[in-house]
Design a protein around this ligand. Structure first.
Ligand code: MV4
Length: 666
């Protein structure tokens, strides 16, 4: 076995490969760009070599720099991961020329699958079923039109040099053919500098079912069953699972054998995936072959109990396959979702930002998290914004789905927009739970998956108010003088002589302000009546760290609440809700930060620091309040003057009350 390998990749796949290599006693060399200097994969590897600036074309795609790093470190092999150089025949060849093992297929196999039409010709000879159509070199318009006529409409025009959905055009009837062909050719020429067209029968509701194949350099090959990857959006996979729901055993076997024939037709070595379109009538047709380990390989690992990266290292080292076909079984069901920093509610725009809070669910035999980031990392614009892959396994699909929904509710991220809520909605949707899968799933279920921005933001107000009150009490206790634990000042419970212990809160939830009145019940069991508008709730509970156990009107639920500077994120299970107590900060001394002219909480006005009409500078103290034995200074939000104070020294003031009128200087 190799003693040292270099991983020519970053993020979760680099971490994942390093984990297996280290488990096998193989030393690892990471490469990193400027942006990845402190990245997790760099920390995990035994060695790490800087290869250049952040843009991939100046670092992770620079074959010369990567080869130099491999030679300098004495690595005997290079694992390309996926993406980047993983399907770059030139790089595979460069490794061969430098006597370094490329942990992947031979360059010839990569090249053979590089062109769709060449791939289809190879598949046809290998007896792999193709979508009825034409994929010849003769591109005479009349000939293509006759092919469409023969196939029967609707047909699909596909650019031979295209891929991943680019360069495809549906044609629904003969009258549209000429215009569609001309447009498809123009598009292909501009996108791929090649306008060779395929004409295929258009499958209107296909599923994307792919077979994992593995071949060694001694002529052995196995298929490790299938994955259903139909849940895609613009050819970006969102959910993958294994096995494919409802796939009959005989089709599984026929697909697997066809995939193996495809691999053997190109003398394949290593991990590969043969993608099929699976039609509603049970037919399946070759789509393309990927000559790399795929992102979604973990679901196959979970159901076969195999480590495919270990297989890759062994096969690249020249060993025979660890198992034969008869040794492979499907165990249970696995699902994978890709957690992305993107905004599904804003056309999936990639999001950037800092992972201020990152708490994945606990891992077990049922839950696996493959990630390349850690709390505090920046999600940058340079690379794919994938934060992690969440993989779950259980004995059957139904139980795996429950594992997925549960794990998603326990995946807490704040600081950057993510697709977690969409993933939760998919996992919880009836359509997905009943496996109504086809490549149009996300569009077809749009209203369930993208509910209108939840209008009713107030439904979590009682929990938020309870949290703020419990937090306030914790702070009071923390501020209290330990040698006088019984002092009434130690109870931040809004106690007032002969008055209900009440406090008004103004809370802003994602832009919507709510006035809430909290009154602690006399029995002092930390229970509150929380009133807003016409609604009144009884809230009680306890707060341990970020975990709020809240019982609202008899229903106990666990929330995670994460404080940021002046705002908070409430993880409700289905979603992450951002809120900010307009009544200033509950967790910083300086609650009078300029711009906040309300009482930070119940307290006593100690001093009016300026006269009405007196000009002040921004940040000057206007008045001082005292609450929970802490002083709060209310500061001028700008240059200007106080025109009126609403209270005098000595007055008792409710939290949230307006204190003064401030006129900013022109
Ligand atoms: C098709 C098809 C329907 N009929 N070919 C999309 C990208 C490339 N992998 C091939 N693709 C398709 N080819 C015929 N004859 C529908 C698709 C397709 C698709 C395939 C798999 C997964 C998701 C998809 C999303 C849209 C279209």
């Amino acid at each position: 076995m190799f003693s040292k390998i270099l991983i020519a990749n970053r993020g979760e796949i680099a971490c994942r490969v390093i984990k297996t290599a280290q488990r096998m006693g193989v030393r690892t060399v990471a490469v990193f760009s400027d942006a990845d200097r402190d990245a997790l994969h760099v920390q995990m590897a035994d060695e790490a070599i800087h290869i250049g600036p952040a843009p991939a074309r100046e670092s992770y795609l620079r074959t010369d720099k990567i080869m130099a790093a491999a030679l300098a470190s004495g690595a005997q092999a290079i694992h390309p991961g996926y993406g980047f150089l993983s399907e770059n025949a030139g790089f595979s060849r460069l490794c061969e020329e430098n006597g370094i093992a490329f942990i992947g297929p031979p360059a010839s196999a990569i090249e053979a699958m590089g062109s769709k039409s060449a791939a289809k010709q190879i598949m046809e000879e290998a007896g792999v079923p193709l979508v009825p159509g034409y994929h010849g070199d003769d591109q005479d318009t009349e000939l293509l039109r006759q092919a469409a006529q023969r196939i029967g409409y609707p047909v699909l025009l596909k650019a031979a040099a295209g891929g991943g959905g680019k360069g495809m055009r549906q044609v629904w009837e003969p009258s549209e053919f000429d215009a569609a062909l001309a447009a498809a050719k123009r598009e292909a020429m501009s996108s791929f500098n090649d306008d060779i067209m395929l004409v295929e029968k258009y499958l209107t509701r296909p599923r994307h079912v792919e077979i994992q194949v593995f071949c060694d350099s001694h002529g052995n090959g196995v298929y490790l069953f299938e994955r259903d990857c139909s849940l895609q959006r613009r050819h970006q996979k969102v959910v993958e699972e294994a096995p494919a729901p409802g796939l009959p055993d005989e089709i599984r076997e026929a697909m697997g054998k066809a995939a193996l024939r495809a691999a053997q037709a190109i003398d394949y070595v290593g991990a590969g995936t043969v993608e099929f379109l699976f039609d509603e009538d049970g037919s399946f047709y070759f789509m393309e072959m990927n000559t790399r380990l795929q992102v979604e390989h973990p679901v196959t690992e979970m159901i076969t109990r195999q480590d495919l990266v270990e297989w890759q290292l062994r096969v690249a080292y020249g060993e025979t396959l660890p198992l034969q076909q008869a040794d492979l079984r499907i165990h249970g069901h696995a699902l994978e979702v890709r957690i992305y920093a993107e905004d599904p509610n804003n056309d999936f725009l990639p999001a950037t930002g800092t992972l201020r809070y990152l708490q994945p669910p606990g891992e077990s035999q049922h839950v696996r998290v493959d990630t390349g980031v850690q709390q505090g990392d920046e999600v940058s614009i340079y690379y794919d914004p994938m934060i992690a892959k969440l993989i779950v396994w259980d004995e059957n699909r139904y139980r795996a789905l429950n594992r997925l929904a549960d794990a998603l509710t326990n995946y807490h991220i704040s600081g950057v927009t993510t697709n977690l809520e969409l993933l939760y909605n998919i996992a919880a949707s009836d359509a997905f739970r009943s496996a109504e899968l086809d490549t149009g799933f996300i569009e077809k279920n749009r209203e369930v998956l993208f509910p209108a921005a939840s209008a009713d933001k107030s439904r979590h107000l009682p929990a938020i108010a309870l949290y703020l009150m419990l937090r306030q009490q914790q702070q009071a206790r923390a501020a209290s003088n330990p040698d006088d634990p019984l002092s009434p000042w130690n109870r931040a419970n809004s106690w007032r002589l002969n008055e209900p212990h009440g406090q008004s809160l103004e809370i802003n939830i994602e832009g919507e302000a709510f006035e809430v009145r909290c009154e602690e019940q006399r029995q002092g069991d930390h229970s509150y009546s929380v009133r807003f508008g016409e609604q009144q709730s009884r809230a009680t509970g306890e707060l341990q760290g970020n975990v709020l156990n809240a019982t609202i009107d008899g229903h106990r639920q666990r929330y995670t609440v994460v404080p940021h500077d002046s705002s908070f994120t409430l993880f409700t299970g289905r979603e992450a809700l951002h809120f900010e107590p307009v009544v200033a900060n509950f967790d910083t001394e300086d609650s009078g930060s300029a711009g906040n002219l309300t009482a930070p909480m119940n307290g006593t006005l100690v001093e009016l620091s300026v006269q009405p009409g007196q000009t002040v500078k921004k940040g000057d103290t206007l008045l001082i309040m005292e609450a929970m034995k802490m002083e709060y200074r209310i500061k001028a939000p700008a240059d200007g003057a106080v025109s009126e104070f609403f209270y005098a020294a000595g007055d008792l003031i409710d939290g949230g009350a307006e204190l003064l009128v401030f006129k900013a200087a022109e």
